[in-house]
Design a protein around this ligand. Structure first.
Ligand code: AHG
Ligand code: MN
Ligand code: MN
Ligand code: MN
Length: 314
């Protein structure tokens, strides 16, 4: 385990790049907002398995593919987007333009088109996750200039984090367009934690995480819905901790770094919370492969520090 004291200031708020008011970043989230009602409207007819597997070896639903297609088309059409990565595509898609951190370089966009798609059959919350990087992928979370997610809950919301902070919008169909109303301009994690949600099965949790979970269970209320976006939104709303931990059967955990963990860590850290892969901020995890997995722990800083101490105990 890396010694947390030697790691870069893991609790430093992401530096966020030069995204504030960046027209390409705005265009990415415009595209995500514009497709959200179409994705939502298409879900009832796309609950079936597509019969294919993705790069993570997961079965893919028709809804996953539809969301991926719609978002891929909209995002790759944006001038300042140079490459596009998706949970549902093996390799990056060249969208034209050199990706880098130079002033007129293009951005790389990574998405999880439909997060929590196993909730489609049970009609529970799902989402879309987006990360905008100013570096070719796979990239470090420190290369994110903006990140966010759409939550298909009882209402459709979009949370966007960038250099300016974290805001929340309600997205509604308006004729054949969308109406976006900003409902929160400075989304921050409440100081007092209330909820927790931990993925995986208890017997598959390593002993050190199990001990941590036991303590948290005595203090907070269980809120686990099976879709990272919905569960993280609970933590952002009520304070607490969400984890998909390292498992005995899967020490690298389940969630993917580029299009799940990095964007979510960026949002939570910009909202005043903390993230960890068990040793330090998720934004400092070394990028190796587009679909690499990582353990994910996000929430109030004190709860994440306790988690890291618990995993470091042995
Ligand atoms: P996805 O549907 O994009 O593959 O992501 C599913 C992930 C994440 O949304 C959630 O936190 C986790 O899988 C739930 O896993 P379990 O079904 O094992 O609880
Ligand atoms: Mn999947
Ligand atoms: Mn997902
Ligand atoms: Mn997905």
């Amino acid at each position: 385990m890396a010694d947390p004291d030697s790691a870069p200031d893991a609790r430093a708020v992401p530096d966020g790049g030069t995204a504030e008011g960046d027209p390409t970043v705005a265009a990415v989230f415009d595209a995500v907002a514009a497709t959200a009602p179409e994705i939502r409207a298409a879900l009832p007819g796309r609950r079936v398995e597509s019969g294919t597997e993705n790069a993570s070896g997961e079965s893919v639903l028709a809804g996953d593919l539809y969301a991926d297609e719609l978002l891929g088309e909209a995002i790759t059409a944006i001038d300042g987007v140079g490459s596009f990565v998706s949970e549902e595509r093996e390799a990056a898609v060249d969208a034209g333009g050199e990706v880098g951190s130079g002033a007129d370089d293009a951005y790389a966009v990574a998405i999880d088109p439909l997060d929590g798609s196993s909730n489609l059959r049970s009609n529970n919350a799902m989402g879309t996750v987006v990360g905008v990087y100013d570096a070719p992928l796979p990239a470090s979370g420190r290369d994110l200039v903006a990140a966010g997610y759409v939550l298909y809950g009882p209402i459709t919301t979009m949370v966007v984090a960038d250099e300016a902070g974290v805001r929340e919008e309600v997205i509604e169909r308006d004729g054949d367009g969308v109406e976006r109303s900003v409902v929160e301009t400075e989304l921050t994690l409440p100081d007092t934690p209330t909820v927790y949600g931990f993925g995986g099965r208890v017997p598959d949790w390593p002993a050190d995480f199990r001990a941590y979970a036991r303590a948290v269970e005595d203090e907070l209320k269980l809120r686990y819905g099976g879709a990272m976006v919905g569960d993280v939104n609970q933590v952002l709303t009520y304070g607490g901790v969400f984890a998909y931990p390292a498992l005995r059967s899967a020490p690298a955990g389940k969630l993917r770094l580029q299009f799940e963990a990095n964007p979510i860590a960026y949002v939570v850290e910009r909202a005043g919370g903390a993230s960890s892969d068990g040793a330090g901020s998720l934004l400092d995890v070394e990028p190796e492969a587009l679909h690499q997995r990582t353990p994910l722990y996000v929430g109030n800083e004190a709860l994440i520090e306790r988690l890291e101490a618990a995993l470091d105990a042995d």
